[in-house]
Design a protein around this ligand. Structure first.
Ligand SMILES: C[S@@+](CC[C@H](N)C(=O)[O-])C[C@H]1O[C@@H](n2cnc3c(N)ncnc32)[C@H](O)[C@@H]1O
Length: 317
């Protein structure tokens, strides 16, 4: 059952809507960007009894139960941002924990939409932003795409995202064969998936810097062709636009890393009550930016409150 139980403690505890008090609150500190490597600790183990299998179209996707990740996080202790937030039974706390351990309902819309589209994903480069469990990206990887996935919290990436990707893509038989020729067991997996955590503005900068380094290496082709090759054919995101103050950095990240003929699919509620974000607010931002065109795809199966925005670059005249 969907709930958006934002932590509004700051207002509730102060017991006042005094603007002066609000105006002296320090700005939120957003987490830096990190790239995460797969280690053997992320690989599926026989103790991962809580693996759930879902079928989307004809594709079977596995994911760890939320309780399994929570248990591992709790074992890690209270020092971590995410477990201390979860103890307060809140869905998210802005800039501290952004809700990635739960699978939110628009993920299912996005998965169904991908299955309905039936596009060729083989060898495509797919980026999922604010991925949490990363099921849409995993769907694409199971159809042959290389995936890059990002979640705000590194704990989510380590305890849900990477294990979910591993449980779907790691083939112990072929990977064991690989180890016999001195290849690390997680290397083959790493060639199919790349992982980041951190705030969208910081991730954008990190990706741009990496792109620059790669461009410097590619001596035989033009910079433009090289840059384009590192961008994404498809960018996916689900339930990430509830906080309007973050939407510009999400949009900047998307437009900076989308191929000229690439597509963005964004699944979200039309309106997130109490916070102001939603598909209409985001579509207005896209229109104001004037680089992308945006089309809204609604269907009866999505219901009245949920929507998928499909965006691509405007064709230059
Ligand atoms: C409600 S969760 C949705 C998780 C998943 N996409 C789903 O549909 O189940 C929102 C996600 O947005 C991402 N997010 C929100 N604000 C962010 C920010 N400023 N920078 C980076 N990621 C952010 C977090 O990674 C978080 O997991």
């Amino acid at each position: 059952m969907f709930k958006f139980n934002f932590n509004l403690d700051c207002e509730a505890e102060s017991g006042t809507e005094d603007l002066e008090t609000e105006s002296i609150e320090p700005p939120l500190e957003w987490l830096p960007a990190l790239r995460h490597e797969i280690t053997k600790h992320h690989l599926p183990s026989s103790s991962d009894a809580d693996v759930i299998e879902v079928t989307i179209g004809t594709t079977k996707i596995k994911h760890l139960a939320e309780s399994c990740a929570l248990k591992k996080l709790q074992e890690k202790g209270n020092s971590c941002n995410v477990s201390s937030v979860l103890e307060k039974h809140t869905d998210l706390v802005p800039a501290v924990y952004e809700g990635g351990l739960t699978i939110w309902e628009c993920t299912w819309d996005l998965l169904q939409h991908l299955a309905d589209l039936d596009i060729c994903l083989k060898d495509k480069r797919v980026l999922e932003l604010g991925c949490g469990a990363a099921l849409p990206a995993i769907y694409c990887a199971l159809h042959g795409a290389h995936i890059t996935v990002q979640d705000y919290n590194e704990e989510v990436v380590n305890f849900i995202t990477i294990p979910n990707v591993a449980v779907n893509l790691y083939n112990s038989t072929t990977e064991e064969a690989a180890t016999s020729v001195d290849v690390h067991p997680s290397q083959t997996l790493a060639s199919r998936a790349t992982f980041y955590s951190g705030d969208w503005a910081a991730v954008n900068e990190l990706l741009l810097n990496q792109q620059k380094c790669e461009s410097n290496k590619g001596e035989n082709i033009t910079d433009d062709a090289n840059d384009e090759g590192q961008k994404f054919d498809l960018i996916l995101t689900s339930e990430t636009i509830y906080n309007p103050s973050c939407n510009k950095k999400l949009l900047d990240l998307m437009t900076a890393h989308l191929k000229q003929d690439g597509i963005i699919l964004l699944a979200a509620k039309t309106h997130y009550f109490g916070v102001g974000g939603g598909t209409q607010q985001f579509a207005n931002l896209v229109k104001a930016q004037d680089q992308l065109q945006v089309q809204s795809i609604t269907s009866n199966s999505l219901g009245v409150k949920r929507e998928i925005l499909k965006m691509n670059f405007k064709v230059k005249q």
